[in-house]
Design a protein around this ligand. Structure first.
Ligand code: ADP
Ligand code: MG
Length: 210
């Protein structure tokens, strides 16, 4: 399957369904080390994204779907995650500007750009116990998959697996950014909610490519 705008629409739609399903879990994770609203925030945002991508005209390009999704996340999520994911998708959109199909090199470029946007916006580094810990492992895994000559769908699978293991590594980390950082040692042993939502979103990207 070629990755065109239909893929991006399917990605956002699948992400919205998975986030809605797992919103209670994301709230619970955020209740342990934050303020308990991550699932609610993400569900509000991705419901708006799902509705917006449905309305896009036929013939819209991948970059346009990503941009429309980014704008919805920025305007509707609230909380730290909205501008972070919004910036990620805006940069992802720029990385595939003008293309009607996203090839394997551009799948990697899209993921790298998304991570770069999150880092520029939030100034978190790997090890800070944030969504960056999921994204950075995802991007490394995608880079290796590209070097091995994998297909776009396989690259997305590798990224999704990477995000999942990256999210798991946040359990042991001391938080250095966001609300969790106020808890210090008390946050150790808990998984970062944004890293988990990243794994959900990247799994949706991989599933949508099948
Ligand atoms: P809020 O903390 O405002 O309630 P959310 O609960 O929606 O926002 O999102 C919390 C998540 O945002 C965290 O789990 C973490 O992954 C992510 N996050 C917070 N601050 C940063 C940052 N500076 N850089 C990257 N990610 C961050
Ligand atoms: Mg929160």
């Amino acid at each position: 399957m070629s990755l065109d705008a239909t893929w991006v629409v399917a990605w956002m739609t699948a992400a919205a369904a998975a986030i809605a399903d797992q919103a209670p879990t994301l709230n619970d994770l955020d209740r342990a080390i934050g303020d308990g609203d991550h699932g609610e925030n993400m569900n509000r945002g991705f419901t708006a994204v799902r509705d917006a991508v449905r309305e896009l005209p036929d013939g819209a390009q991948p970059a346009e779907v990503l941009r429309a999704s980014a704008m919805k996340l920025i305007s509707s999520v609230g909380g730290a995650a909205g501008p972070l994911y919004g910036t990620a998708l805006l940069r992802a959109s720029d990385a595939v500007a003008g293309l009607s199909e996203v090839d394997s090199a551009h799948v990697l470029a899209l993921l790298e750009a998304a991570l770069g946007g999150i880092e520029d916006r939030g100034h978190a580094a790997p090890g800070d116990k944030t969504m960056v810990d999921a994204w950075s492992v995802a991007v490394d895994a995608a880079r290796s998959a590209v070097a091995e000559g994998r297909t776009s769908a396989e690259i997305l699978d590798a990224a999704a697996d990477g995000a999942e293991s990256g999210a798991e590594t946040t359990d042991a980390m001391l938080p250095h950014k966001g609300r969790a950082s106020y808890l210090g040692e008390r946050a150790v042993g808990h998984r970062d909610p944004g890293a988990v939502s990243t794994a959900i979103i990247l799994l949706a990207a991989a599933e949508a490519a099948k």
